[in-house]
Structures are given as C-alpha cells and as structure tokens.
Design a protein. Structure first.
Length: 261
C-alpha cells in the first residue's frame, strides 16, 4: 500500500492562492522543465518526495460540461497555457508515473492536472488511466543548428531534425532514417499553378511555430520516392508537401523539381 501511495502521489483539492510570476513564465512549451519552472512548481505544489527539477511533465485541464456527451473531461494543455492560467483559486492533482506509464506517455515523469475549484467532486472522481491515456509527449527535441544549412542533401543536424519530428508520427509502415537523404519541400496552396519550393530553414521555422503555439507539430504530406521517381526527380529520396485541403499528385511536385533544369 505504501508503494502504491508513493507511485500515486496526489496533491489534491488545493484551492491555492498563488499565481504565476512573469519571472518564470515559460519561454517555450518544452515539457522538460527549466530550473526556474522546476523551482516554482516545487515551491507551490509541494509534492512531497517528488522533485520537479529536470523532470518532463505533462500538463492537463479538467473541465466541466458537455464534451461529446461527456460530463467531465481532462485534456492536455501546453506548458505555456498551464502557467498562464496559474493555480490561483484552482485545484490541482499530481500523478507520478511508473516506468510502464512513462513508456505509454512517451517519457513523461509526471502529469499535473488543474481544474476550477467548483468541480471538486469531478476532480475526485477523475480516473488515473484516463489522464494517462490522453497524455502523450509529442514535443520533438530540435537540434540548435537545424536549418542553418539549406542543402537538400541533409547534413547531420537536419537529418536529426527530421528523424526527431517524424518519430512522433505514424507516417511510415516501417521506420525510416533521414540520414544522408535528399529532401525537397513544397507549399502548393492546393493549386498546381502556385507550387513553391521551401527551404529547410523555412520548414524548421514552421515546426517551431507550431510547437510554440500548440506544443506539438504535425508532419506534412510525405512521399518516399521509388527508384524510378528518384531518377525522375534528380536524385531526391523524399518529397514533403505542406498540408492543405487537397494534396497535389506527386508527379506535379517532381515536375516542379525539373522545371528549371
């Protein structure tokens, strides 16, 4: 029972009076806490034997009211959103994850759930397995020098970038390694007359923007070229097309690569 209690450390029903200081407001949505963020949570959550320092934390919000017919629902929020909302006058509950649960969530050490204090009963009835099921770390670790080199033949930093963002997605039936691959990126605007090629730097900026706003990124339409397609394209292994309402056929993109030859 003691072991279970340690694994299921809950800081429950705390109608606290503290909010978030601008001094420690997160600069990004990386779930791995900075020293300042860890110190703030250690001070204000007071999690017993658990130390937030250097931990990777999932954040979630418990809501009340209809959500597809469900009266209560917990859903992930970004680190920025969690800190922006603060904990003033709110409830919170901390789940410390087992090794198995860490694997299920792709590396979270704990999940911190907050809720308005007027739904104390719903917070009490919240199920651990539901919180874990809706929590998944999809924040890629982007190399600092990704996008510095725009050569379509990927260097190590750019290959690591693509491998990192694609490992969080189910794009390929079998694992694919971008190391040493030649990659073309297009924005089509859903119109074959408006096809524009994008640089790796532009794509890295796009991904960082998604992470800053939503805490995760969405991979685009991605094509692994066959040997014949690779020859027609001029040696490209992968073509990436920004998502739009309708993706253009691959032959349009290969033709765009050959347009200026």
């Amino acid at each position: 029972m003691k072991l279970y209690s340690l694994l299921f450390l809950s800081v429950l029903f705390s109608a606290t009076s503290f909010g978030q200081s601008n001094d420690t407001f997160p600069a990004d949505n990386n779930p791995r806490l900075t020293a300042e963020e860890s110190a703030w949570l250690n001070q204000n959550i007071q999690p017993g034997n658990f130390d937030f320092t250097g931990k990777t934390i999932g954040f979630a919000e418990l809501t009340s009211g209809g959500f597809y017919g469900i009266g209560k629902f917990s859903y992930p929020v970004t680190k920025k959103e969690f800190f922006r909302n603060g904990l003033s006058g709110r409830l919170h509950q901390l789940y410390i994850l087992t090794d198995e649960e860490k694997k299920k969530t792709n590396g979270y050490d704990a999940i911190l759930v907050a809720a308005n204090k007027n739904i104390k009963g719903k917070m009490k009835r919240m199920k651990r397995e539901v919180v874990i099921a809706y929590s998944h770390n999809a924040f890629p670790l982007i190399p600092t020098d990704a996008g510095v080199d725009n050569n379509p033949l990927l260097n190590k930093a750019n290959a690591d970038f693509f491998n990192e963002i694609y490992k969080h997605q189910d794009n390929f039936k079998t694992p694919f390694d971008f190391t040493g691959k030649k990659v073309a990126i297009f924005e089509t605007h859903c119109d074959p007359k408006k096809i524009e090629q994008r640089s790796i730097a532009e794509y890295v900026k796009r991904v960082k923007g998604q992470l800053d706003e939503e805490g995760f990124c969405r991979t685009e339409f991605t094509y692994l070229l066959t040997r014949e397609q690779k020859e027609k394209s001029g040696g490209y292994d992968v073509i990436i097309q920004y998502r739009c309402k309708m993706d253009l056929p691959l032959n349009f993109l290969i033709a765009a690569l050959n347009k200026d030859k």
